[in-house]
Design a protein around this ligand. Structure first.
Ligand SMILES: Nc1ncnc2c1ncn2[C@@H]1O[C@H](COP(=O)(O)OP(=O)(O)OP(=O)(O)O)[C@@H](O)[C@H]1O
Ligand SMILES: O=C(O)C1=C[C@@H](O)[C@@H](O)[C@H](O)C1
Ligand SMILES: [Mg+2]
Length: 189
C-alpha cells in the first residue's frame, strides 16, 4: 500500500496507540515512532521526570516540538503513535489537521482505559487521586478533540490488538478510496 500517507494515532491513555501503531507499521512495512518515546530520547529523561521537574506545561512544550519534528520527517512514510494529551493544545490540533497525514482515533471506553492502564505506573496523570475519575474527566474534555482531528475512528473495546490493527487498516483503505472517488468526481465535473 504505497499510496497510504503518514498515519498518526490519537486517543486516550490505554486506547492502544503504541501497541496498534507498532502492528500497523509492520503490516505497512514502515518505520514506527511513538511521540512519548521521542520526547524521552530528546530530553534524555523519562516522562515522569519531565512532569516532576518541568510540570505538565513543560511536557506539553516538548510534545509540540516533537510533533513538528515528526511531521517534518523526510524519510519514507511513517506510523506515529501520539501521547493521550496531544490534542489538548490548539496548536497541535491545527498541526494535525493541516498536515497530509491520516489521523486515526482509537476509541476506548473509560472502563477499558482503566483496565489497560492499571498494570503500569509510568503515566504521571494517573498517579495521584482516583484514576477512574481522572480518566472520565479527561475523556469528557478530550473525546470531542480527538474527533475534531480524526479522519477515521476505530473502536477498540471488544477486540484483540491484532484484530484492532486489521480493522484500522480496513478503515484506512476505505477512507482513502472514498477520498479518491470524491477527487475523481470533482475532476470530471
Ligand atoms: N485492543 C486491545 N485489547 C487488549 N489489550 C490491549 C489492546 N490494546 C492495547 N492493549 C494493552 O493495553 C495496554 C496499554 O496499551 P498502549 O500502551 O498501547 O496504550 P496507549 O494508547 O499507547 O497509551 P498511552 O497514551 O498512555 O501511551 C498494554 O498493556 C497493551 O498490551
Ligand atoms: O493523556 C495524557 O495527557 C498523557 C498520556 C501519555 O501518553 C503521556 O503523553 C503522558 O503521560 C500524558
Ligand atoms: Mg503510548
Amino acid at each position: 500500500m504505497t499510496n497510504v500517507p503518514n498515519i498518526i494515532l490519537v486517543g486516550p491513555m490505554g486506547a492502544g496507540k503504541t501497541t496498534i501503531g507498532r502492528l500497523l507499521s509492520q503490516s505497512l512495512a514502515r518505520e514506527f515512532y511513538d511521540s512519548d518515546k521521542v520526547i524521552e530520547e530528546n530530553a534524555g529523561a523519562d516522562i515522569p521526570w519531565i512532569f516532576d521537574k518541568e510540570g505538565e506545561e513543560g511536557f506539553r512544550k516538548r510534545e509540540t516540538c516533537t510533533l513538528v519534528q515528526m511531521l517534518n520527517h523526510q524519510d519514507d512514510r511513517i506510523v506515529l503513535a501520539t501521547g493521550g494529551g496531544i490534542v489538548t493544545r490548539d496548536e497541535n490540533r491545527k498541526l494535525l489537521c493541516d498536515s497530509n497525514a491520516l489521523v486515526v482515533y482509537l476509541y476506548a471506553s473509560v472502563a477499558q482505559q482503566l483496565h489497560r492502564t492499571s498494570k503500569s505506573n509510568h503515566r504521571p496523570l494517573l498517579q495521584n487521586g482516583n484514576p477512574k475519575a481522572t480518566l472520565k474527566k479527561l475523556f469528557q474534555v478530550r473525546d470531542p478533540l480527538y474527533r475534531e482531528v480524526a479522519n477515521v475512528i476505530v473502536e477498540t473495546d471488544s477486540r484483540h490488538p491484532k484484530s484492532v490493527a486489521n480493522k484500522a487498516l480496513d478503515a484506512i483503505k476505505r477512507h482513502l478510496k472514498t477520498e479518491k472517488t470524491l477527487f475523481n468526481a470533482n475532476v470530471n465535473r
